[in-house]
Design a binder for this molecule. Structure first.
Ligand code: 5CA
Ligand code: ZN
Length: 439
């Protein structure tokens, strides 16, 4: 798919520190990308509604990782997807009497506009689920051939063309992954990890997040769907030996990430609602397909809420980036509001969060508008150190606050030795290049 336009990233003197992150499974902070290239896959949107603050917080957090990596001298390969066919999208299209393709195209375009407004660098490859169908079919056929996947009969599937189509729909059936083929299943969210789900906990979360533990005919309740045979009224594609149908969600991301980045790649990311089952399953598929290789590290953002609940399209408690833009809110203030929180924390969006960000932006702009400012070399170093420390953006913002306060309080006359004409330029470029905020 075509991405939104890339913002310019100004050059900075010197280099940032190697970026350490704290993996979602647990353990001490690690330098996730040894270099010279860092590779990142971030799960993209399901385009049935507009970008809300939770999505924005997630994509801005990974954007800071990309910017910090680049500033530290790494080349970055960044891939993402759009889940442009999936149950929630089809359900919303049916409920609103819309064509699902049109709804997806419209919301994907709006997402691109929102990301451009927020200064998010676009992925190098942006792949739709629909585009990935032939590659998913290859992967699922390979798993069936290797015995790491199996069929579950689907008497309700639509009969395809061909003389024995009716019986084939029933016998060939949907395809599921056999998780017992992957000894590393559970290393992201299972016992001993931060998430620490046992079998019963996994089943519960699996059922909540699109899984079907009760489906009859599966070898194990957690085995995830790889290929769904065509049902009446559902879109379907040629699955060659699999029969007409559509891909399962987890295998889609496994295939898109592997095709875009190769295996293993450095970091797989998304919101914490994707740790289980989505990333546990997609990493499992990658391992089974490619001799144990998958993402080296997983990184997840906390959930942004509104009025005490997770902000989500299915609940409808949304603050949308596009609504704020239409109200004339400066996207730089929205971005600052997001950066004022640690990426891995859960937090609540409120009007006060935005008002504080706007006040901060005003202070920074006032400090930049003067004739020079206090020496900014320390500010650049402090911003770099903060983002290298597990993307600690609140500390980075405090460093710029301090510069702004000292600059607003000072003058060349009061501090001839410490005052520099070029300091505002250094700060503006630092904030733009590393934090993605255009001042
Ligand atoms: N298309 C799938 C991933 S393959 C999906 O989860 N789409 S989504 O539209 O529901 O979410 C897009 C991204 O935003 C995901 O990374 C998700 O984890 C993240 N996200 C969703 N809701 C929130 C929230 N309230 N706070 C923070 N991040 C969120
Ligand atoms: Zn995904």
């Amino acid at each position: 798919m075509l991405t939104w336009p890339a913002p310019h990233v100004p050059a900075l003197p010197g280099r940032g520190d190697p970026v350490k992150i704290r993996e979602s499974a647990g353990g001490a902070p690690v330098v996730a990308a040894a270099g010279p290239t860092a590779s990142l896959y971030v799960c993209g949107i399901t385009p049935y509604d507009a970008t809300h603050m939770g999505h924005a917080a997630t994509y801005v957090a990974f954007d800071v990782l990309v910017r910090a990596w680049r500033d530290s001298g790494l080349r970055v390969r960044f891939a993402s997807n759009v889940t442009d066919v999936d149950d929630p999208l089809l359900e919303r299209a049916t409920a609103t009497g819309r064509d699902w393709r049109e709804l997806a195209a419209e919301q994907t375009a709006l997402f691109g506009e929102d990301m451009a407004a927020l200064g998010v660098l676009p992925p190098d490859t942006w792949t739709g689920a629909v585009e990935s169908v032939p590659a998913v079919v290859d992967a699922v056929e390979a798993m069936l051939a290797a015995g790491t996947a199996y069929r579950v009969p689907t008497p309700d599937a639509v009969a395809g063309p061909g003389s024995d189509a009716g019986s084939r729909a029933g016998e060939d059936g949907d395809v599921y992954a056999d998780l017992s083929a992957d000894p590393a299943f559970g290393t992201l969210a299972g016992p001993g990890t931060v998430t620490g789900l046992d079998e019963a906990g996994m089943r519960e979360v699996f059922a909540e997040r699109g899984g079907d533990p009760e489906r009859a005919g599966k070898r194990s309740p957690l085995d995830p769907l790889l290929w769904r045979r065509e049902r009446a009224g559902e879109p379907a594609w040629d699955g060659r030996g699999l029969g007409r149908g559509r891909p399962g969600w987890h295998v889609e991301c496994a295939v898109i990430a592997a095709d875009a980045l190769g295996l293993p790649f450095d970091v797989q990311g998304g919101g914490s609602d994707l740790v289980f089952p989505h990333h546990e399953m997609s990493s499992s598929h990658a391992r089974v397909l490619d001799e144990g290789r998958s993402a080296r590290y997983h990184l997840h953002t906390g959930m942004v809420g509104l009025d005490g609940e997770k902000m989500s399209k299915s609940r409808g408690n949304l603050v949308l980036v596009s609504t704020l833009r239409a109200q004339g809110v400066d996207p730089a203030a929205v971005r600052l509001a997001l950066l004022a929180h640690r990426y891995r924390d859960d937090w609540q969006w409120t009007d006060a969060v935005l008002a504080e960000a706007q006040a901060r932006l005003d202070r920074w702009r006032a400090a930049l508008g003067g004739n020079g400012g206090v020496d900014a070399a320390g500010t650049l170093a402090a911003v770099r150190a903060a983002v290298a420390d597990d993307l600690d953006t609140p500390t980075a913002l405090s460093a710029v606050d301090e510069w702004a306060e000292r600059t607003l309080a000072g003058s060349a006359a009061a501090d001839p030795a410490g005052w520099q004409v070029g300091a505002p330029g250094v700060v503006a470029r630092t904030v733009d290049a590393i934090l993605g905020v255009r001042l």
